[in-house]
Design a protein around this ligand. Sequence first.
Ligand code: CTP
Ligand code: MG
Length: 183
Amino acid sequence: MNLLLESLFFIIPTYASNSCASLSLVIPKLKDWKSPIDFGHSWRGERILGKGKTFRGLIFGTICAIPAGFLQYYLAKHITFTYLSFFGSASLSKVLILAVLMGFGGLIGDIVKSFFKRRVGIKSGRPWPVFDQLDFIVGGILFGALIFFPPWKVVLTLVIVTPIAHLAANITAYFLKIKEVWW
Ligand code: CTP
Ligand code: MG
């Protein structure tokens, strides 16, 4: 398979957890659970993380990485890998652990980004170009590296493709009224 498709295959759990964290805002019942990860606390007059980082998003997003891992495991049976030989032979449990790490890590990357975003004075929900788009893949790949780190070509491809995919997804979510802003 080619580099672009393998890169997208690799990052499925991280994309899934990030999308699910955002989707958790519109899912009935779930959306009413708004407990912020910073417990509403501020530091130097600014929220530590802000109201956009909730336990709901963190937990629901991480759970979404599990079906993503199953999907990868079963898809891998039909793929001949050029860059991701790991998936050609890995057991189901290894693929699932990698998926959960990549899903959870992506959300941690997003949380770390929000911490610095508040420190430089950008409000929750306002755009912070590049950082908003790359936070989750950096976190996902770093946490995933505990099990498997892909070739740099794959990392580079994701760095280039993710901002485009992220923007396309956000514009779609905006028109579907899932997101209030288009970025
Ligand atoms: N979300 C959540 N919990 C998370 C991550 C996201 O509940 N850990 C939900 C929030 O409702 C958030 C939405 O997904 O508003 C979009 O996520 P994101 O763009 O990451 O958050 P922002 O609201 O833009 O906040 P920030 O400026 O801190 O990135
Ligand atoms: Mg945002």
